[in-house]
Design a protein around this ligand. Structure first.
Ligand SMILES: Cc1cc2nc3c(=O)[nH]c(=O)nc-3n(C[C@H](O)[C@H](O)[C@H](O)COP(=O)(O)OP(=O)(O)OC[C@H]3O[C@@H](n4cnc5c(N)ncnc54)[C@H](O)[C@@H]3O)c2cc1C
Length: 813
């Protein structure tokens, strides 16, 4: 078969992800698809995968993607005639200690929230299901009956056949060698056998995705790591339907295969492969057996299944797999290139993800928009930092090593830190800051009082910072605190068409006079919330945009992509130019008035306004906003002078007891005030109406904007879900998110955020209440609510207004 001169979509890579994407592009979108594989299909990482297929993840959308995989693997042979080897054996996860058991109780709750039936069972029940297992050390196990296993090569061949049946053309032995680019757009794919002009490229090149991406100037931050398992001889008494096992406390997993076991693990000392380019000729290849390294898994596996001591090993598989710095895979539209989409970095769950990842990636590539909230896997969660391959390697190895460790809430990574620090870093350290890291930035999470070690001590209950954060919280409510929020992402959007462009992109009304600010959402064509940010009008044709640290790449790309064609607009990322100090609390004005000659009274400087002022001789862009519900200003300062402003505020604020405050107090304050967090409370799956943010949308202005049509269709109609707050009186309840919401005993949703409100002295959760017939005010108010927290049902009260509203309690001058 000769290569065509043109294709609508070129998919690079014939592993499970490429074949699934080609299948869905052809089946669902009738696209003209060409798939190019440099060797033979499956010859990269796919052929040697162990084939365990789990479904539950901490994101509802990703769980949905994985569930889709299972459904596809179950039914694909009916369409293609080729088996996938799918066996619904179920999966047992073993717990050997109390913290793990708490983790499983939370996991079972998450499963229930996402509509899956996970059971918690006793060691005796485990023994019955898996008689060859040693169970004496178990506290219990979780049991998910719908998990299973499949044959990675068979699934891939079946998907490849399906893709061909729907018209896709698959070529083996064709290597992509480069791209013809026009500006930041690929116009043709160059191969060792000719060039193919195309409109869209999907990079599914597995561990090669990094170098294939680099050919188009894009960064795919993954790291190939050696991953090993062994296949044993037949074991007497092992059932062909034996459930797969994950034994995280022993860092191992097991699966039945032709009467023997496959077992492997996630060691704390993983071995990275190259940070350079992966060789092209790595077809059906493995590394040498490394029994020295594998011994740690062998010891643990024998302790769990003693029969293994007497059983021979048939084969060791030591193969490379792409892992990523946060353990999630990488999907979506590369920010650096207008038409390259990526599906790579599958962290040893590419077989489990393959079917669903191909489905959503095909949708994304064809419609230019993800079909659901895929933020946790979105390639735009990375930044320039991730171009550093050494940093990516170190963080990835840490993430790999944590694959089976207990996931404590609020846990921070340790590798590659500190990476980006604000000029206040040393000052805050002197105040005994305990830092966390976000997109490379060190940020104070909390401040340790004298006599307490400045360090997080993780646990499943209240952690060591609980009381100090409470003190910080109270300080902001009663006095004044200063937060270093320099890591905020900041852009300037300017040009003759700046206003017109933003008016189209923003759901809120940004056409306000100079000096005004707008809190706004950016919507997709479904009316879902793609971003949530503030826009300050600096001049007729110049705007300052501030958004969350982690959303820097994502939000900028979203804005840039949706500027109407032909507009004269430029977007500058000015994140590193401006440091940010948030001065918050009832005494904020008293402090600010002392350090500036500007009039900061409510009349001269009202809420939602921006002013250029001077503090200690430093020019400052002051934004009167708050995320804590108190009087306050965000002070944006030329970053090299932020130290001077911090010192001036700290000195002037002494009589008001000013103090630095960290991000954990910020979170508690915003929970009480009911501010929504993008990525959890509000996502592309939720409209502003559902989120209770309809007031921020310019429906009344007769002007078109992105997402308006979708909102118009639902405006005034009953909503199937609505955002609400919940309060728990039980002082011991710890909310971490994803707890199930029960209304009159029936599951109606789950928490998107959870935490503790120190002023009200109670745990607070937020989430969507769902009802197919509509969620009216009456429906919300009339129910009897409970939350399922770590598998236990606890009474809850619904809260439709902010739980603490200082504006209502204190009269502002
Ligand atoms: C030991 C081991 C055990 C595993 N066990 C499991 C498991 O139990 N469950 C699970 O879900 N996952 C498991 N995995 C992970 C799984 O194998 C991978 O996530 C999955 O195979 C990734 O598929 P892919 O399509 O992204 O990559 P690949 O299968 O590597 O496919 C990428 C393809 O791109 C081709 N390519 C690269 N560059 C070019 C180019 N320039 N031109 C043309 N073609 C190119 C390559 O030749 C390759 O075939 C395991 C992995 C390992 C290593």
């Amino acid at each position: 078969m000769t290569l065509p001169a043109h294709a609508q979509v070129v998919v690079i890579g014939g592993g499970i992800i490429g074949c699934s994407t080609a299948y869905h592009l052809a089946r669902d979108h009738k696209a003209d698809v060409v798939l190019l594989e440099q060797g033979r299909l499956t010859s990269g990482s796919t052929w040697h995968a162990a084939g365990l297929v789990g479904q539950l993840r901490s994101s509802a959308s990703i769980t949905r993607v994985l569930k889709y995989s299972v459904e596809l693997y179950r039914t694909l042979k009916d369409e293609t005639g080729l088996e996938t080897g799918w066996k619904m054996t179920g999966c047992l996860r073993l717990a050997t200690n109390a913290d793990r058991w708490t983790e499983f109780r939370r996991l079972a709750t998450t499963a229930r929230s996402f509509g899956m039936d996970m059971h918690l069972i006793s060691p005796a029940e485990v023994k019955v299901m898996w008689p060859l297992m040693e169970t004496d050390d178990l506290v219990g196990a979780s049991w998910l009956p719908t998990d299973g296993q499949a044959s990675p090569s068979d699934i891939t061949q079946s998907l490849a056949k399906g893709a061909r049946m729907h018209g896709a053309k698959l070529f083996e032995g064709v290597r992509v060698t480069g791209f013809d680019m026009r500006d930041n757009r690929i116009v043709a794919v160059r191969t060792n056998q000719g060039t193919i002009a195309c409109e869209t490229v999907v990079n599914c090149a597995g561990q090669w995705a990094r170098q294939v991406g680099a050919m188009a100037g894009i960064e795919v931050p993954l790291q190939p790591v050696k991953h090993q398992y062994v296949i044993t001889e037949k074991i007497d008494g092992l059932s062909a339907d034996a459930p797969t096992i994950r034994d995280p406390d022993r860092r191992t997993y097991f699966k039945e295969e032709v009467g023997g076991l496959v077992f492997g693990g996630y060691e704390p000392n993983p071995q990275a492969w190259t940070t350079g380019d992966v060789p092209d000729d790595w077809e059906f290849r493995l590394f040498d057996d490394d029994y020295d390294h594998f011994e740690q898994h062998m010891v643990q596996a024998i302790a769990r299944v003693p029969a293994l001591e007497r059983i021979g090993i048939k084969q060791m598989i030591n193969g490379p797999e792409s892992f990523t710095p946060d353990g999630n895979f990488i999907l979506g539209a590369a920010p650096e290139c207008a038409n390259m989409f990526v599906g790579a970095g599958f962290n040893a769950f590419g077989i489990a993800s393959g079917g669903g990842a191909g489905w959503v990636l095909a949708e994304w590539a064809m419609k230019g928009e993800a079909p659901l909230d895929l933020w946790v896997v979105d390639i735009r969660r990375f930044s320039g930092l991730h171009r550093d391959r050494t940093w990516v390697r170190d963080r990835t190895l840490e993430a790999y090593g944590k694959h089976y460790t207990i996931g404590f809430p609020h846990e921070e990574y340790e590798s590659g830190r500190p990476r980006i620090v604000s000029p206040l870093y040393e000052r805050l350290k002197a105040h005994r800051a305990v830092f966390g890291s976000k997109l490379g930035w060190e940020r104070p999470n909390w401040f340790a009082p004298d006599g307490m070690e400045a360090k997080d001590v993780y646990s499943m209950g209240r952690q060591n910072w609980f009381a100090p954060v409470g003190a910080e919280h109270a300080h902001v409510r009663e006095h004044v605190g200063v937060f270093d929020q320099s890591s905020f992402a900041k852009y300037e959007l300017s040009g003759p068409d700046a206003l017109k462009a933003l008016d189209w992109i923003c759901a809120g009304d940004v056409t306000k006079p100079i000096g005004r600010m707008t809190y706004t959402q950016l919507l997709n064509t479904r009316g879902g919330i793609e971003a949530d940010l503030t826009v300050a009008r600096l001049a007729d044709d110049r705007f300052y945009i501030v958004t969350g640290t982690g959303f820097r790449t994502h939000d900028r790309a979203w804005i840039a992509e949706h500027v109407p064609a032909g507009s004269s607009v430029r977007i500058d990322d000015v994140t590193e130019a401006w440091g940010t100090l948030s001065l918050m609390g009832p005494k904020a004005r008293d402090v600010l008035a002392k350090v500036t000659t500007a009039d900061v009274s409510n009349t001269a400087f009202p809420f939602s306004h921006v002013r250029d002022i001077h503090i200690a001789g430093v020019p400052v862009r002051a934004l009167r906003v708050t995320y804590v519900g108190e009087l306050g200003w965000e002070l944006h300062v030329p970053i090299d002078r932020i130290g001077e402003v911090f010192d001036a505020l700290m000195a002037a604020g002494e009589p008001q007891s000013i103090r630095p405050v960290g991000y954990r107090a910020l979170e508690s304050l915003r929970l009480e005030k009911g501010y929504r967090a993008w990525g959890s409370d509000i996502t592309p799956n939720d409209t502003p109406f559902e989120a209770g943010l309809g007031w921020a949308v310019k429906m009344k202005r007769n002007t078109p904007f992105l997402g308006r049509e979708a909102l118009e269709k639902v405006a005034g109609k009953p909503m199937k879900k609505r955002f609400a707050g919940f309060v728990i009186d039980d002082p011991d309840a710890v909310l971490v998110g994803r707890e199930t919401i029960l209304r009159d005993g029936v599951a109606v949703g789950y928490l998107t955020s959870g935490g503790y409100g120190y002023t009200i002295g109670k745990s607070i959760g937020y989430g969507y209440v769902r009802n197919a017939d509509g969620v009216s005010d009456d429906f919300l108010a009339s129910g009897r609510y409970e939350l399922v927290i770590a598998n236990e049902t606890v009474p809850a009260r619904i809260a439709l207004e902010p739980l603490f509203d200082p504006q209502a309690l204190r009269v502002k001058a």
